[in-house]
Design a protein around this ligand. Structure first.
Ligand code: HAM
Length: 418
């Protein structure tokens, strides 16, 4: 009997897996430089947290959660996203009583029982950042700039930014009612009709052409913003422009989670087909209260690691092979193996990436392994070299080989590699 990774999941294997690490690092680096502290929350939470936080009417909660009962009888759910957990942790640890905003970043695995397809997985990875406890357009703009800088640092050129404002609890209800009135007059199937009453904004996101065709004249949220939301949104836009970002206004950008208020945004890559969002986020001023906390206006984003690697691939950025060793050691004989083993340990302690031939496969096999490793230099040690107190350093690109005194090889290699 053999096993396979479950549907909608995949293994990150070398050398491609190195890109997942590089992407995680690059996407989180700007936030780390901007004072965001690292938070790690459990991979599962009380089911109620997501039901209330993400929203009972969302696809995530109604169709996509991995929910199970613990042996103690509690309903638990594998986290489908990170924001609700971060807010839960901030409330649980009482951080909202201290200096605000609380800035946190995270990285990890998330789980959604989605229809599996290219770029849409049931187990995927995000880097996220959240700033909690401040209502300040500069914070919204800061987060958007940090995400944009993360993508740019990876060399990505074709990431587009879409932004919108969903209004607040003052102006959203009137917009919602106007949209419901409009939608009730359309020719829609029964499931979509039911949606009008539960989550009308999501219908704007319906991808079906027959639905989109009817939505051309739908009222737009941006025409219904109150004065405060309008001013807030204008300030976010102007800060983004001031920071050199280009963006498109997308009044239909509603996002798939219920907690958003005011600013919402998405980063799109056109080389990815249907699953084009490489990241997204927004302001969620009411989420803390939705899960039983005090008012805690907040904003954040999550960037998809898997899709960012796919975007880099689409732009031809995965050409070099990361994670390779610089030096490969080849012992010829038993005594040489012992000597080279300690030399390899010494080189590694000096910060040089080194591998060596294992398994006693002979010179030919060992040199093949050296070539495959991607190393720039091979260190070859034979009986005669030991007698002479030297080791052969072979440049694997040019084929040139020189004898170097054993005592000086660390410095010689450091010099050659620098
Ligand atoms: P989200 O838009 O659901 O937002 O997910 C953010 C990103 O995660 C997406 O843009 C996408 O790149 C990636 N992603 C989502 N689902 C999948 C999937 N099934 N397969 C592969 N990648 C996926 C959130 O999760 C919010 N928590 C973002 C946020 C933080 N809002 C405020 N703070």
């Amino acid at each position: 009997m053999s096993f396979q990774a479950p549907k909608g999941t995949f293994d990150w294997m070398p050398p491609r897996s190195e890109w997942a690490l590089i992407v995680r690092d690059a996407l989180s680096a700007p936030a780390r430089r901007a004072g965001y502290g690292y938070i790690e929350t459990p991979a599962f939470e009380d089911t109620g947290l997501f039901a209330r936080g993400v929203g009972e009417s969302t696809d995530i909660v109604t169709k996509e959660m991995y929910t199970f009962q613990s042996k103690g009888g509690q309903s638990l759910t594998l986290r489908p996203e990170g924001t609700a957990s971060v807010v839960r942790a901030v409330l649980e640890h009482g951080l909202y009583g201290g200096a605000l905003p609380i800035k946190l970043w995270y990285s990890g695995s998330y789980f959604r029982y989605e229809k599996a397809q290219a770029g849409r997985y049931r187990h995927f990875s995000q880097v996220g950042a959240e700033a909690l406890g401040a209502e300040d357009p500069a914070l919204d703009a800061e987060l958007i700039v940090l995400a944009s800088d993360g993508y740019a640092s990876l060399g990505l050129k074709n990431v587009r930014l879409l932004i919108n404002s969903l209004g607040c609890k003052e102006c959203r209800p009137a917009y919602r009612a106007a949209l419901q009135d409009f939608l009730r007059g359309l020719d829609l199937d029964e499931a979509t009709r039911q949606r009008i009453e539960i989550n009308p904004l999501r219908i704007l996101d319906d991808k079906r052409p027959e639905v989109q065709a009817q939505l051309v004249d739908a009222p737009l949220v941006t025409d219904h913003l109150c004065g405060a939301c309008k001013a807030y949104h204008e300030e976010v836009r102007s800060l983004l422009t001031g920071a050199g970002l280009t963006y498109s206004d997308d009044p239909r950008l509603v996002r798939g989670l219920d907690y958003y208020t005011r600013t919402t945004f998405e980063f799109i890559h056109d080389g990815l087909g249907a699953q084009s969002a490489v990241g997204g986020g927004g302001r969620y001023d009411g989420l803390s209260e939705m899960i039983g906390g005090p008012a805690l206006p907040s904003v954040g984003w999550a960037l998809g690691v898997d899709r960012t690697v796919l975007a880099m691939e689409a732009e031809g950025l995965l050409t070099e092979r990361p994670g390779q060793v610089e030096v490969f050691a080849v012992p010829l004989g038993e005594e040489a193996r012992r000597r080279i083993f300690s030399l390899v340990a010494e080189l590694r302690r000096d910060g040089i990436a080194v591998d060596m031939a294992f398994g006693g496969r002979g010179v030919k096999g060992a040199m093949k392994a050296a070539d495959r490793s991607g190393a720039r230099f091979a260190l070859i040690l034979g009986e005669r070299d030991i007698e002479a107190g030297a080791v052969q350093v072979k440049d694997l690109t040019t084929g040139e080989q020189t004898a170097v005194p054993l005592a000086g090889v660390v410095d010689v290699l450091k010099g050659k590699l620098s």
